[in-house]
Design a protein. Structure first.
Ligand code: GLA
Length: 382
């Protein structure tokens, strides 16, 4: 059993003063290699699931309630299982848990009286999908052994975030947390929700670097981007009714769009193409081409999509100036969080020292480095 899981059983027993042995579930965070802000435009993404995961220890109780405790927040909540359908968002971390319970109840799953002990190793606000990993691990815990289709699980977790937590995110984060594959990335088609396994070349190390900032603008800007993309689709549709999302659009149709929506659409259309090119380059083992596509993606996110920030740009520029770095880009929603970097094996230490020093000098902050080892998706821990 992995170490966090064993540790969690003891912590559960102490916290709930019980000798019952809880089941432990794990759902990973993710880093997206390429295909940013394409998921809600029904295009392509190419994420990997991380070893960093959210763990939930869970067992039934005789209290007739759903009781949850977050070790990260050191806070508890209690819900009446019979009244789960009437729960309202509280505006805090517990919404991700309550939202999943509400969505399960809506799907007809009875919410059983249970104790949940939650311990996440995915840094919060780091752009590595701490919320999706929480939703997916909690969903497995509340299902309590009942079967669910994996796509249905990812969709349900996303709905908890969209409809309960109020964040209009796409499906990428929940999907990769469910479907992640050890040693590989997935190319996900966000329209039909199928995926291809993308084997990554052996001769590369992937490193995520956390800026340790999260600019508050993130939430509103995300909503704005969703609306701007919709505006672009509507402008194109007047001439091409078959275009249902930016996934269907091509660059020639951009003449039909003006202003800000045009810039947003240009990013999405070119980014979808970069995902295809990236997957092809990975298949050939062409690391410099993969790196070039990383940099092109970052450039597009910075200038056309306008979701980068000074800290992300600095880390990307500093990384690509190093001769052993193939490419770097921001990953996730933007406005802080992490960059993802492709580097030559064996150069990790040097990379870390160089970027750490430069970043601290510039911003007075300590960036955090995560070696990325693609891991399996969510499951019960044996
Ligand atoms: C956030 C959202 C995802 C996706 C990314 C951007 O992580 O949760 O659905 O839209 O931003 O690619």
């Amino acid at each position: 059993m992995d170490v966090p899981a064993r540790d969690l059983i003891e912590a559960f027993q102490t916290h709930y003063a019980t000798e019952a042995t809880p089941a432990v579930y794990r759902a990973p965070g993710r880093v997206n290699l390429i295909g940013e802000h394409t998921d809600y435009n029904l295009g392509f993404v190419c994420p990997v699931a991380l070893e960093l995961a959210c763990y939930v220890a869970a067992a039934r109780n005789a209290a007739g309630k759903l009781r949850i405790y977050s070790r990260n927040m050191d806070e508890s909540r209690e819900f009446d299982t019979a009244a789960v359908g009437e729960l309202q968002p509280a505006g805090d971390w517990s919404d991700y848990v309550a939202g999943v319970a509400v969505m399960l109840a809506r799907e007809g799953y009875e919410i059983r009286p249970m104790d949940l002990y939650i311990d996440s190793r995915v840094p919060r606000g780091g752009g590595l999908s701490s919320s999706a990993s929480l939703e997916v691990s909690v969903a497995l815990a509340l299902l309590d052994g009942r079967e669910i289709d994996k796509v249905a699980l990812a969709r349900l977790a996303r709905r908890a975030e969209n409809e309960f937590a109020g964040m209009p995110c796409g499906i990428m984060d929940q999907y990769i947390s469910v479907f992640g594959r050890r040693g590989a990335a997935l190319k996900i088609d966000c329209r039909d929700l199928s995926f291809d396994v993308v084997r990554l070349p052996e001769a590369v190390e992937i490193v995520a670097v956390n800026t340790m900032v999260k600019h508050e603008l993130g939430g509103t800007a995300y909503r704005d981007r969703v609306a701007e993309c919709q505006a672009a689709v509507e402008a194109i549709q007047r001439r091409h009714p078959d275009v249902k999302s930016l996934r269907d659009a091509d660059l020639n149709q951009l003449d039909l769009v003006t202003g800000v929506p045009k810039m947003r659409a240009r990013h999405v259309i070119t980014e979808d193409r970069r995902v295809e090119e990236f997957v092809a380059a990975a298949g050939r083992g062409d690391l410099w081409e993969m790196g070039r596509l990383f940099v092109a993606s970052h450039h597009s996110l910075r200038h056309d999509y306008e979701v980068s920030c000074e800290e992300l740009d600095f880390l990307v520029d500093a990384a690509v100036a190093l001769p052993y770095v193939y490419g770097a880009r921001m990953t996730g929603g933007g406005f802080g969080g992490c960059t993802v970097n492709l580097i030559k094996p064996g150069r990790g230490e040097e990379f870390r020292e160089t970027l750490h020093r430069a970043y601290r000098e510039r911003f007075g902050l300590e960036p955090v480095f995560y070696p990325v080892k693609p891991s399996d998706g969510a499951s019960r821990v044996a």
